[in-house]
Design a protein around this ligand. Structure first.
Ligand SMILES: Nc1ncnc2c1ncn2[C@@H]1O[C@H](COP(=O)(O)OP(=O)(O)OP(=O)(O)O)[C@@H](O)[C@H]1O
Ligand SMILES: [Mg+2]
Length: 373
């Protein structure tokens, strides 16, 4: 899919902006604090009805104004869709082809975007929590069932932990209650685990394809699911349940002592390996960046596989974080395939690497001037 035009009203520092995108590579060029990220944020908001950098949507409304709106046309294989999101002080309104949408779920999904910003580079080096969140968000985008099971799991986990605390305080155990909670925990937890394993297999395939291309075939990327439960990538639902029960059995004494559930999806995470060596521990900064980039960009093909259309790619200030050769291979990997919007403060070393002609927009204090390169 591609975005063919964008109209902003009172969005951040854009009072009134109207752009037409005729090319599939669009560059927002400008100095710091001019509105480059704001422009990408607007495109992200058109797809997701929320910002990627704040949970307070009021911040999107230009200071002193009451409402902000983002409008755009999405061209898909067989048809066009007109999207419209309006942010008010009270909340948001969305429209598809001028028709107001009551439910968020009927709006989100019309337009798919993947955003990659410098903070995403922390995916590899950051906390395990960050990688769990990444997994949950990405699988959630393509599987509503996953989200459902995850919410149920978190609910049971909370109850079970609460009960383990009570148990330590009162010393009176209602074994039946704990058994029921444990059964539910295993039921939802196993479903979450199963989907995570399936997803990681696909993610690894696409991420490695990209990683090999970016590293000029010198590096192979593997991704493993580091679980608190003994699992293998080919685990069936039945074997997951069995291993889960075994793991809980083994930690039974310890979890009563520590008063928390010690095994399960909430304790698991992702590990990345380049040529068999752990990237988190042994990888150079550049390798960690390439890994984060490959993993994130793997979603392009994953989404195409799941939805039938390529998503739109938003790259915020990413080029400056990569060395020359990685920039080149990144561009090769995306050009001619996905419509890409990228922000940069300088075109040095970027333009000559591009094989498709970009459309360059100059961003200055909330105004954007276009000019063909
Ligand atoms: N609600 C708002 N109303 C008006 N202006 C805003 C609003 N929110 C942010 N801004 C302004 O937008 C500007 C920042 O824009 P943005 O983050 O897009 O910069 P940028 O071009 O990406 O810069 P950098 O290269 O440093 O990342 C700031 O100057 C800020 O004052
Ligand atoms: Mg920025």
């Amino acid at each position: 899919m591609r975005l063919s035009n964008l109209e902003l009203l009172n969005f951040r520092n854009y009072e009134n902006l109207s752009l037409v995108f005729e090319k599939d590579l669009v560059i927002f060029l400008g100095e710091n604090a001019q509105g480059k990220t704001n422009a990408l944020e607007a495109i992200y908001a058109l797809a997701m009805t929320r910002s990627h950098r704040t949970t307070h949507e009021q911040e999107l409304i230009e200071w002193q104004k009451k409402e902000a709106s983002v409008r755009g046309t999405i061209e898909k294989k067989s048809h066009k869709v007109l999207l419209d999101v309006c942010f008010t002080k009270k909340g948001r309104r969305t429209k598809i082809n001028h028709l107001e949408q009551k439910k968020l779920s009927s709006y989100v999904g019309q337009m798919n975007v993947i955003l990659f910003a410098p903070e995403d580079l922390a995916l590899v080096k950051g906390t395990p929590q960050l990688r769990r969140k990444f997994l949950d968000m990405e699988i959630g985008q393509i599987s509503p069932v996953y989200l459902h099971n995850l919410v149920q799991y978190q609910h049971v986990l909370k109850q079970r932990n609460l009960y383990l605390k009570q148990l330590a305080e009162t010393k009176k155990a209602d074994e039946l209650y704990l058994t029921i909670l444990t059964e539910q925990l295993v039921e939802f937890g196993s479903k979450v685990l199963f989907e995570r394993l399936q997803f990681i297999k696909k993610l690894e395939y696409w991420a490695n394809t990209l990683h090999q291309s970016i590293s000029q075939q010198k590096e192979t990327l593997t991704i493993t699911y580091d679980s608190s439960i003994d699992l293998s990538t080919d685990s069936t639902m039945k074997s997951i349940v069995e291993s889960y029960q075994q793991a809980l059995g083994k930690t039974q004494k310890n979890e009563r002592f520590r008063q928390v559930t010690l095994v399960g999806p909430h304790r698991d995470e992702l590990l990345f390996f380049i040529n068999g060596r752990n990237v988190q521990t042994y990888g150079s900064q550049g390798q960690q960046r390439t890994t984060a980039l490959s993993v994130k960009l793997a979603e392009i093909d994953l989404m195409k596989e799941e939805t039938g259309e390529y998503p739109i790619l938003l790259l915020d200030d990413v080029m400056s974080e990569l060395d020359d050769s990685r920039q080149l291979h990144l561009l090769e990997a995306i050009e001619g395939k996905v419509q890409t919007f990228l922000t940069t403060t300088t075109l040095d070393h970027v333009k000559e690497k591009m094989t498709v002609e970009p459309m360059i927009y100059y961003v200055e204090q909330g105004k954007i001037k276009g000019e063909s390169a």
